[in-house]
Design a protein around this ligand. Structure first.
Ligand SMILES: [Zn+2]
Length: 408
């Protein structure tokens, strides 16, 4: 059994209330315990951290990452050795933990191998929720083939982030296959994207029948479907067909807001990635053609965030950064600060994210019984968003283990 951990003199954030509380925080056996009840429990070993004057938040959750995307040239990943990609993922996941992200949801690329490796302690990184390979139609957002390539797609090594499936029977099979491999959710490409060679951002992808079939399979397994979609047209038809999550949503419309509310669905935005794709995308391998798609989605994104926040949509924190741009992961806090109060972005990265992950009360909260994940900041993030956006917390605790210690 690991030693108990006590944070002395903590000023910790009650995320739901949006206010700080004072007092010690104790973690026993990997989970928060009531400080008073645990007194005199006779635990053999206790480690103490003095955090007086600092600010303690629940561990952060990034709901849209690609831990295998060590390059922005996603269409080349499938040609790489899975062993090599795993080593890259290990490094990227360690860096995420260093920034205070104790849990991430991978929405195309990660598999049960990385999940198990993290859980077994073979690699340092956030708790990993994964969907395996994203489902894409031929010519869809996860079809990596250029126009001149017409080879079958079945031979891809496991490094490619997607799989092609066309038709109701094929998508059903693909969804069942990802669920068989332990997927926590099924990701579908329901519209065009930026980092794909042959589609347009304004295309819709998959028929309603295909989407509904994937939803049926996911729900049969008590899992859910999340859909890559930018435009109102692609978002709205996916929501009507039963998906529970929308990724990106930059070009949503008023009806999208209504449908998101009506279905109690979740919108995971990731504006930071467009800022840095525009600034650094070419340098990190994004092709010129794909780089030219960035501007339209960046322009719409800020307006969409404002609309979604004002409408009371379940908004989740995402970053979606590729390659060397992943180092800006925490900057989404700063990007949103112009539009959304920081307490709400913190909720997007804690309590709302936990609901999306179907782990409400277990993740994203400092409360008895929840997993003992937290970050310690030198400054009050509600006053200085940089305290979070800098991505250098003073300490990070995961399951009661101090995994980052810059308290010095
Ligand atoms: Zn993505």
């Amino acid at each position: 059994m690991t030693a108990d951990l006590i944070l002395r003199g903590a000023t910790w954030l009650d995320v739901d209330a949006g206010t700080y509380r004072e007092g010690d925080v104790r973690i026993h056996d990997g989970r928060f315990v009531d400080v008073d009840e645990s007194r005199g429990s006779g635990s053999a070993e206790v480690r103490e951290l003095d955090v007086a004057g600092r600010f303690v938040l629940p561990g952060l959750i990034d709901c849209h990452v690609h831990v295998t995307a060590h390059t922005a040239a996603l269409d080349t990943l499938g040609a790489e050795s899975p062993n090599y990609v795993a080593m890259q993922a290990s490094r990227l996941m360690g860096d995420m933990l260093d920034r205070g992200f104790t849990t991430v949801r991978d929405v195309a690329g990660a598999d049960f191998g990385l999940h198990d490796a993290q859980r077994e302690g073979l690699l340092r990184g956030p708790r990993l929720f994964f969907g395996g390979k994203a489902l894409s139609q031929t010519g869809g957002h996860a079809d990596p083939r250029g126009r001149g390539e017409s080879h079958e797609t079945g031979e891809y090594t496991c490094s490619h982030i997607g799989r092609i499936a066309d038709g109701v029977d094929a998508v059903r099979h693909a969804a069942r296959d990802e669920l068989r491999k332990g997927a926590h959710h099924v990701k579908i490409m329901a519209g065009g994207g930026v980092a794909s060679p042959t589609d347009r951002v304004d295309s819709t992808q998959y028929s309603l029948e295909e989407i509904a079939a994937v939803v049926e399979e996911a729900e049969a397994a008590n899992r859910y479907v999340t859909a890559h979609a930018y435009t109102g047209r692609s978002i709205n038809r996916a929501l009507r067909a039963g998906v529970r999550g929308i990724e990106h949503g930059n070009l949503l419309d008023d009806e999208s807001i209504e449908l998101l509310l009506e279905h109690d669905a979740f919108l995971t935005m990731n504006l930071v990635t467009y800022h840095y794709l525009q600034l650094e995308g070419r340098e990190f391998g994004l092709s010129q053609e794909n780089w030219e798609k960035v501007d339209a989605v960046l322009q719409g994104g800020m307006a969409a965030l404002e609309k979604a926040h004002r409408g009371g949509v379940n908004l989740c924190y995402g970053s979606d950064l590729l390659g060397g741009m992943q180092r800006h992961q925490a900057q989404e806090f700063a990007v949103r600060a112009d539009i959304v109060p920081t307490i709400d972005t913190i909720r997007s990265a804690t309590t709302v994210a936990a609901r999306l992950l179907q782990r409400e009360g277990e993740l994203g909260v400092i409360a008895p019984g929840a997993l003992g994940d937290l970050v310690v900041l030198d400054r009050d993030p509600l006053e200085h968003v940089g305290a979070l956006a800098d991505g250098r917390p003073a300490a990070v605790v995961q399951g009661g283990e101090v995994v980052v210690d810059r308290l010095g």
